[in-house]
Design a protein around this ligand. Structure first.
Ligand code: CA
Length: 224
């Protein structure tokens, strides 16, 4: 799957130019005009990068940034866009955890160059550092930051399935089939319960971040 970018911008002319510039670079662009739609998009899919305008008709882009950093997307690369000369937005944005900032007006070429730099930066540590998770299939064990997790057999199968499709949303029934097989006693609720204990174990091993995100009505996604 290619690189997915979410663009949140209410000015249609800017959005069109920017989307065109990104698509020429081979990025798959999803465009939201409103914060509300952006929130729904972020719940429904995993993105590699967010380009976020500050002034939007239904609120301030900085509020969404704050939510993401406190919630399910602490490490998603975010580039903020804002009206020329809004120094306060720039400072606030960087304080809240934006990775880069571009004041308007900007050239689409400069934006595309900065986005590519952010994507390179996001990809670099993964290549250099040891993997966050290691699935030892023969031993039915999973290591987080080199330390083995104490998992039950079901939890192992569940996490292993999520790990094999990291970044993708897994429906509850697909997880059920993968981890429980034909056990007819089990339901979607069983999956939720096991995800809960799995999260607690992951949190204990690495309190710095959440690895499993919930996508309402759709399922679960492991973000590495
Ligand atoms: Ca705007």
């Amino acid at each position: 799957m290619g690189t997915r970018l979410l663009l949140v911008e209410d000015d249609p002319a800017i959005a069109r130019t920017v989307a065109y510039a990104f698509e020429r670079e081979g990025l798959a662009v999803t465009h939201s005009l409103l914060l509300g739609d952006a929130r729904a998009q972020l719940r429904g899919a995993c993105f590699d990068l967010l380009v976020l305008d500050v002034g939007l008709p239904d609120g301030n882009g900085l509020d969404l940034l704050r939510e993401l950093r406190r919630g399910a997307h602490p490490t998603l690369p975010v580039l903020m866009l804002s009206a020329h000369g809004e120094e306060i937005d720039r400072v606030l944005g960087l304080e809240l955890g934006a990775d880069d900032y571009l004041p308007k007006p900007f050239s689409p070429r400069e934006l595309a160059a900065r986005v590519k730099a952010l994507l390179r930066r996001a990809a670099a540590p993964a290549a250099a550092a040891p993997p966050v998770f290691h699935d030892d299939a023969a031993g039915q064990r999973i290591f987080l930051h080199g330390q083995p997790l104490a998992l039950t057999r079901r939890e192992y199968r569940l996490l292993s399935t999520l790990l094999a499709g990291a970044g993708r949303i897994h429906a509850r029934d697909a997880l059920l089939a993968a981890a429980w097989g034909d056990d007819s006693e089990s339901t979607d609720r069983t999956v939720d319960t096991h995800i809960k204990t799995l999260r607690a174990k992951l949190r204990e091993a690495d309190p710095a971040r959440e690895y499993i995100s919930t996508h309402r009505g759709m399922g679960y996604c492991l973000d590495v």
